[in-house]
Design a binder for this molecule. Structure first.
Ligand SMILES: Nc1nc2c(ncn2[C@@H]2O[C@H](COP(=O)(O)OP(=O)(O)OP(=O)(O)O)[C@@H](O)[C@H]2O)c(=O)[nH]1
Ligand SMILES: [Mg+2]
Ligand SMILES: [Zn+2]
Length: 375
């Protein structure tokens, strides 16, 4: 059994459940080795190395080959926020190796353009979905972030930044209403100036000791600005505390310049942990059809009233969904559902789909030839 100082790791977000899972890891580790293992939290993942926190100090580490192989078999990756068991090698290098990962309580993942899954973060309680009220404001993108979090056990909270540059209270209210209308289930929404300490005060119920938050959103949304405000709130020795770099946005479209390049976990003075992340160029959530349906629960609720049982809500007569849901939201739902279905297809299903597309392409060409008189 491994031994660790629960109280010391509690301020890094360790919970009883995670601690219990950690003590239950006999798996591939020999008993003798287990006693040398230390429980630590992953604060950064780099191409060739990891950064771990033991509750007092951070250390550089590497992933043991056996663990790498197991993760690959499970189509999984270590992510910032994971709890791991690490030990120093017995040789003169004294290098730190990660041998085991404690099964995460929550995990967020995304897909790349080829459908491959990539870990985003592990063991977070709340996801702050950060969006600027400037030209960053995009409801379809926000729905993608909601789908990313849906069904994972992570609570989404929407933070609209740059409230200070809105022309008047009315436009601010309208934007907030527009967000509310696109939410299938109630969700907290905050409009803030990310520079202002008031933002940290209003989010205080989410930054209690032991909680972990992740900030997600596009480049330039204000994630690092808000991280810095949270880091300095309630801290007398501000000048010693780490501050994240922030960068300006382009004036014509409010896009950021990808200032943050890696995910990093920080401890807040309140005892919570916060993970700042780089803005993703295009977010494709690792959501299955069920998660997408839950994100658009209003559509799922209306669908049984459509005249046809298999209504696709395109141009069928008697479609209640098309009447009741905005076209933009419906289009986004259909797009996310197509992506989810493609991502969860087996290789065989994918090949069959490709063959069907090719066959219909050939049939179409043949029809055109026939029409134009060619045989
Ligand atoms: N006026 C105003 N400016 C803000 C606010 N939040 C962020 N900014 C500015 O917006 C720009 C981008 O902020 P960052 O915090 O670097 O954005 P980010 O989301 O971390 O961007 P990446 O690291 O590129 O993903 C900076 O110039 C900030 O000063 C806000 O609430 N009000
Ligand atoms: Mg940043
Ligand atoms: Zn319909």
């Amino acid at each position: 059994m491994i031994h660790f100082d629960f109280e010391r790791l509690r301020s890094l977000g360790l919970t009883f459940a995670l601690a219990q899972h950690a003590t239950l890891i006999p798996a591939s580790v020999e008993d003798a080795d287990l006693r040398l293992m230390r429980l630590m939290r992953l604060t950064e993942v780099h191409r060739d190395s990891l950064r771990l926190h033991d509750g007092v100090l951070t250390h550089q580490a590497h992933t043991a080959t056996k663990l790498l192989r197991r993760l690959l078999d499970d189509d999984s990756e270590l992510a910032v926020g994971d709890w791991v068991l690490a030990s120093s090698s017995a040789d003169s290098t004294n290098a730190l190796w990660v041998h085991e990962r404690v099964p995460p309580q929550t995990h967020l993942a995304r897909r790349d353009a080829d459908g491959r899954r990539h870990a985003v973060v592990s063991n977070v309680d709340t996801a702050l979905l950060v969006m600027g009220l400037d030209d960053d404001f995009n409801l379809r993108r926000l729905e993608r972030y909601i789908a990313l979090v849906q069904g994972t056990g992570v609570v989404p909270v929407i933070v609209l930044t740059k409230a200070d540059v809105m022309p008047d209270a009315r436009s601010l209210f309208e934007r907030q209403q527009a967000v509310r209308e696109r939410m299938a289930t109630a969700c907290e929404i905050f409009c803030v100036d990310a520079h202002d300490e008031d933002a940290a005060v209003r989010l205080a119920h989410l930054t209690r000791a032991g909680q972990t938050l992740v900030l997600l959103g596009s480049s330039g949304a204000g994630k690092s600005t808000l991280t810095n405000t949270l880091l300095s709130h309630g801290d007398e020795a501000t000048e010693h505390r780490h501050q994240q770099d922030t960068g300006p946005v382009r004036s014509h479209d409010s896009r950021g310049k990808h200032t943050t390049t890696a995910r990093s976990l920080f401890q807040l003075p309140s005892g919570a942990c916060v993970i700042d992340t780089p803005g993703l160029r295009a977010l494709r959530p690792d959501a299955d059809a069920i998660a997408v349906a839950a994100t658009f629960a209003d559509i799922a609720a209306l669908a049984p009233q459509c005249r046809f049982r298999d209504c696709a809500h395109n141009s069928e007569p008697g479609c209640v969904v098309r009447e009741g849901v905005g076209a933009d939201r419906l289009n986004n739902y259909q797009k996310l559902l197509r992506e989810a279905r493609r991502d969860t297809m087996t290789v065989l299903e994918r090949q069959q789909q490709l063959a069907t597309w090719k066959a219909s392409g050939r049939a179409g060409k043949a029809r055109e030839k026939a029409k134009s008189g060619e045989v």
